[in-house]
Design a protein around this ligand. Structure first.
Ligand SMILES: [Ca+2]
Ligand SMILES: [Ca+2]
Ligand SMILES: [Ca+2]
Length: 334
C-alpha cells in the first residue's frame, strides 16, 4: 500500500534495517534502495571472502626475518617457520652479557668462543713443603675477549704435589730437597704447564726416612728413596761405624775406607801430655774432646780447650794433664 511504511529486517548483515516505504509492487522484487543495500552487502561478503582467502594463503607462508643476524633462533608452528634474530630486536641493537669475573665482547646476546691462550699463576709462586698454593688462570679467547678466572682443570704431571683440588688448591708433600712440581692446566682444548717449586724446610721428614735423626738429603743421596739400608743403626759398608755416626762425621756410609778415626799419641811438647788426633773434620761440624778416668765412669768431661790445630783433614788437640790413665772420646755436633 502506498505511503505505508514497512520495516524489513535484513538479517545477518549487521547493516540495520531498510525503509520499505517505496517498495515497488512487484512480488519478489525489492525497491531500488533495497537493491542498493543488497548489492553493498554482497560486495562486503565478497570482500570478506577475499580476506578469508588471503588469510588462508598466509598460513602457508614461511618467513625469514633477520635471518642474517647474530645468534638468531627458529620458531615453527603449523605451516609457519620463522627465523628470527635475537640480537637485532630494536633497530639492530645489541646487548652485553657479563657476570662476575667474566668480560665478554659487547655486541652479542650470546657468544661462541674458544680459549687460545691460558696464563696460569700461583700464590705463592713457591711453596714450603706441606703448605698450599692457590692456582688460577686467565684465558685469552679467540674473539679477543678475556676470561679472568678461567675454570681450568689441573693435573699434576710430576713432582711432590699429590693432587690439586677442584678449586685449584695445590698442597705440597714432604721433600728431601727443593723439588719442582710440574702441573698442567687445560680448558676446552687449550693447555698450559706450570712449575711450582716446593721448598725443603724440614730436613728430617721425608717418607720412611722421617724422624730418624739423619738428614733425608744425605740418606737419599747415598741410598736412594725407601731403602732400609739407610736406617741409622745399619752399617751397610761393614766398617764398624753405623750410618748415624757416618752422617755426623760426614763420611761415606757406602765406602768402608771412609771412616771417622781417632788416635792418641804422646805429646811431643814439653808438657808430657797426650795428643788426641781425629778426622776427617768438616767445617759444618763442631768437635769437642771429652775425657773420663775410667770407662765405668758415667760422667764425661770436656777438655778445657778442644780447639787444637788442623793439618789437612785432621785436628790435633793436646791434653797437658799428667794423669796415669785417661780415656777420650770425640763429640760431634751439627
Ligand atoms: Ca724435608
Ligand atoms: Ca732422615
Ligand atoms: Ca759404616
Amino acid at each position: 500500500m502506498a505511503g505505508q511504511t514497512t520495516r524489513i529486517p535484513i538479517a545477518g548483515t549487521g547493516l540495520g534495517e531498510a525503509d520499505a516505504s517505496n517498495l515497488e509492487r512487484f512480488p519478489g522484487f525489492a525497491s531500488l534502495e533495497f537493491r542498493k543495500q543488497v548489492k553493498m552487502i554482497l560486495s562486503r561478503v565478497v570482500t570478506l571472502m577475499g580476506l578469508m582467502l588471503l588469510s588462508a594463503q598466509a598460513q602457508n607462508v614461511r618467513g625469514d626475518a633477520n635471518a642474517s643476524g647474530q645468534g638468531g633462533g627458529r620458531v615453527e608452528g603449523g605451516n609457519v617457520v620463522a627465523d628470527v634474530s635475537i640480537g637485532e630486536t630494536t633497530g639492530g641493537g645489541v646487548s652485553v652479557v657479563s657476570s662476575a669475573g667474566v668480560q665478554v665482547k659487547g655486541g652479542y646476546t650470546g657468544q661462541l668462543y674458544d680459549p687460545v691462550l691460558i696464563l696460569p699463576s700461583a700464590a705463592p709462586s713457591s711453596l714450603i713443603e706441606g703448605s698450599s698454593a692457590q692456582l688460577s688462570a686467565r684465558a685469552e679467547m679467540d674473539d679477543g675477549s678475556t676470561v679472568v678466572r678461567a675454570p681450568v682443570g689441573w693435573k699434576v704431571l710430576s713432582g711432590p704435589i699429590p693432587s690439586v683440588s677442584v678449586s685449584g688448591l695445590a698442597t705440597a708433600g714432604a721433600v728431601f730437597q727443593n723439588t719442582p712440581a710440574l702441573i698442567e692446566g687445560t680448558w676446552f682444548g687449550a693447555a698450559v704447564q706450570l712449575t711450582l717449586n716446593v721448598i725443603d724446610s724440614i730436613p728430617d721428614n721425608f717418607g720412611s726416612y722421617a724422624g730418624d735423626g739423619i738428614d733425608d738429603t744425605w740418606q737419599v743421596g747415598y741410598f736412594g728413596e725407601e731403602n732400609p739400608e739407610a736406617a741409622p743403626g745399619e752399617d751397610p759398608d761393614h766398617d764398624g761405624q753405623d750410618n748415624l755416626l757416618e752422617f755426623l762425621a760426614l763420611v761415606d756410609p757406602t765406602d768402608p775406607a771412609s771412616r771417622f778415626l781417632v788416635r792418641i799419641r804422646p805429646s811431643p811438647g814439653p808438657s808430657g801430655g797426650h795428643d788426641i788426633v781425629f778426622g776427617p773434620i768438616a767445617t759444618i761440624r763442631t768437635y769437642t774432646v771429652l775425657y773420663a778416668p775410667d770407662l765405668a765412669e758415667s760422667t764425661w768431661v770436656a777438655l778445657p780447650d778442644s780447639s787444637g790445630t788442623d793439618s789437612g783433614t785432621e785436628r790435633t788437640v793436646t791434653d797437658d794433664t799428667l794423669m796415669p790413665r785417661r780415656f777420650y772420646k770425640i763429640q760431634i755436633a751439627r
